[in-house]
Design a protein around this ligand. Structure first.
Ligand code: KG4
Ligand code: ZN
Length: 332
């Protein structure tokens, strides 16, 4: 659960994130029922903490932005209902934000000099996609994963290697002591045309290698497996970004979403950016992983454009960017 207050759309006044890692850790992944129950328990406290942290009273707010989708509907509904109730009580406009537009907004929030057009690489636990971001929404999809998301692959590999949840940080930590060239895992889609990704084959390759070696794995084996997987997972992200920038004739990329916190990816992308002469913008890690500041920033932009939704705003578990039914007149 997260809540934030932004000023003028570009300045973070407060950002409170109450993670659920301890709650889901023992299960190695998000348990939807536990997630929504925890949201119900914490939503009012988290919103109050965000207001207090920003030093603003509710009457000073200009609007309320809530994530409308995609995501777990049980969790989305908690934030949506609370946001709508708050907006109704305060007589404020409410605006539904697409989760990925929120992630994309995190780049301009972190780097106000970044202006469209640019390429957006959205890499998280649920998404792996390249967009062309224009001043006028919606962003145009250039390519996306055909199966698993890259963050999902990190989480699954963490489980295979007996590392903690969430997998991204724990795999990276283990990888630091390993040799990235130890195992030649496949580089999915790198040799293919287009800007799509695929991560299920890489995950299976790691599973087979773990099985071949047999349990228990030595600490150095875990480190080598983690490092080799991490290198293989990152290579397509950098290669496809490079190709997309060339294809679109653009020279800036915003890398957003939880996996953008990855240090090896940051270093690899910086190296290639230097070589090719493009600029890679990475928000600070706390703006890469899920947070409410990015949702507030995207919402502020929608409100500034005169977009506001009614109290019949709904949440959607699966919905592509731009096709969000909550923004179409037919839905209101
Ligand atoms: O954006 P996010 O917080 O939530 C979703 O919208 O999914 O992304 C979470 C994902 C998880 O799969 C997590 O393992 C991954 O981001 N992640 C990382 C790192 N930190 C988080 N992956 C690789 N390296 C990291 N340092
Ligand atoms: Zn996310």
């Amino acid at each position: 659960m997260a809540a934030a207050v932004v000023g003028g759309g570009a300045e973070i006044l407060s950002s409170v994130v109450r993670g659920q890692a301890e709650l889901h850790g023992p299960y190695g992944g998000v348990v939807p029922e536990l997630a929504s129950r925890d949201h119900v328990r914490t939503v009012s406290r988290v919103v109050a903490a965000a207001l207090e942290g920003a030093g603003v009273g509710p009457e000073e707010l200009g609007g309320v932005a809530v994530t409308a989708g995609p995501g777990l509907v049980g969790s989305l509904l908690v934030g949506l209902s609370f946001g709508k109730a708050l907006a109704y009580r305060l007589g404020l406009p409410v605006v539904g934000v697409h989760h990925l537009e929120g992630h994309l907004a995190s780049a301009e929030l972190a780097e106000p000099s970044l202006r469209p057009p640019y390429v957006g690489l959205v890499i998280s636990g649920g998404h792996t996609a390249l967009y062309r971001v224009e001043a006028a929404p919606p962003p145009r999809l250039l390519g996306e994963t055909r199966d698993d998301a890259v963050g999902e692959a990190f989480d699954k590999v963490a489980r295979l290697l007996g590392l903690g949840y969430p997998g991204g940080p724990s795999v990276s930590r283990a990888a630091a002591a390993g040799d990235a060239a130890a195992i030649d895992f496949p580089r999915p889609m790198v040799a293919k045309q287009g800007f799509d990704f695929s991560y299920s084959g890489l995950k299976t390759a790691v599973a087979l290698e773990v099985e071949r070696r047999g349990q228990p794995l030595a600490e150095l084996e875990v480190a080598d497996l983690a490092a080799s997987f991490e290198a293989a997972a990152i290579e397509p992200l950098v290669a496809k970004t490079r190709a997309a920038l060339r294809h679109e004739g653009l020279s800036r990329v915003a890398v957003v979403g939880g996996v953008a916190a990855n240090q090896r990816l940051r270093a690899e992308m910086a190296r290639v950016a230097e070589q090719d002469g493009f600029r890679a913008v990475f928000p600070p890690p706390e703006l890469c992983t899920d947070n409410a500041a990015m949702i507030a920033a995207a919402g502020a932009r929608l409100l500034a454009r005169g977009e506001a939704h009614g109290l019949d705003l709904n949440s959607f578990s699966r919905v592509p960017i731009g096709a969000a039914p909550w923004t179409s007149p037919a839905a209101s």
